[in-house]
Design a binder for this molecule. Sequence first.
Ligand code: AHR
Length: 333
Amino acid sequence: MKKLLSIVMAGALMFSMTACTGSADSATESAAEPAVQEAEQTAAGGDLVVGFAQIGQESGWRDAETNSIKETATELGVDLKFSDAQQKQENQIKAIRTFIEQGVDVIGIAPVVETGWETVFKEAKDAGIPIVLVDRGADVSDDLYATFIGSDFIEEGKNACIEMARLLDGKGDVVELQGTVGASAATERMEGFAQELANHPDMKIIASQTGDFTRAKGKEVMESFLKSYTDIKGVYAHNDDMALGAIEAIKDAGLKPGEDIKIVSVDGVGDIFQAMVDGEANVTVECNPLLGPQFFDVCQKLKDGQEVEKWVKSDESVYRQETAAEDIKTRVY
Ligand code: AHR
């Protein structure tokens, strides 16, 4: 059974690597109720029932993660109950309570923010349902979740700063576009950048504001930075979508992104590779969204009562403009 599962997992990984596409800037902010829906899938084989509480559709990266989860579930025949919280924590909490009532085997969640999860995670624990944190962390005690699958956001922030220092020869004013306030991806990417910045005394962050991980808000915030500051040398964006919004704002202001103002962001989505090929962005620090295969592998192990690592870390790289024309050919999200 285990051997069969690993064969299927390998197939799912191949499928996920070739089938995922990211569509940018598709934030939905209207409806308040989370839609807990059955992912399209056939019930062939698996008896694993999993609930997944997704944040929403803030970025191309998140769309790629959602696709990876849904496609892998379909491939494996997992009964997936998927909820889109439309960027609201209360909707993710409601979804978890629904999953508990439905008696799923495992609950996966990408927590929109880090705090405020103790009560509902405890309810899941009391019901005997393990929680798996996917891509973002939660500020709860270790016994309230089984594992975290995702990236080292502090490392990503440090790498972004190293790249910015290289591009600016270690000096100049940088503006920062933060992700969602209170999200681990934002807090830690900010922290990692700040830690490394201490090694570059002539480079400084002159303004830092949230763009909520969306392209539209990234553009809006960059427009206001450009009105307030005349000597911006670099933009550090916590994700590619905000960087792509900033690029539009810089062009509208009559400047050349990638030249007059260097652009460093995180994720590695297709659109930022295209921007690098076009000379309008400089570096993307990869953050892997194709977590479906690892997620369901962990879910099956938890259902089978096996031990899982507390942090299943993603393996990631840094991509520069210089090699983007080659790199873009092999990108899958
Ligand atoms: O949690 C990961 C972050 O969330 C990605 O960098 C970002 O694009 C997303 O929406």
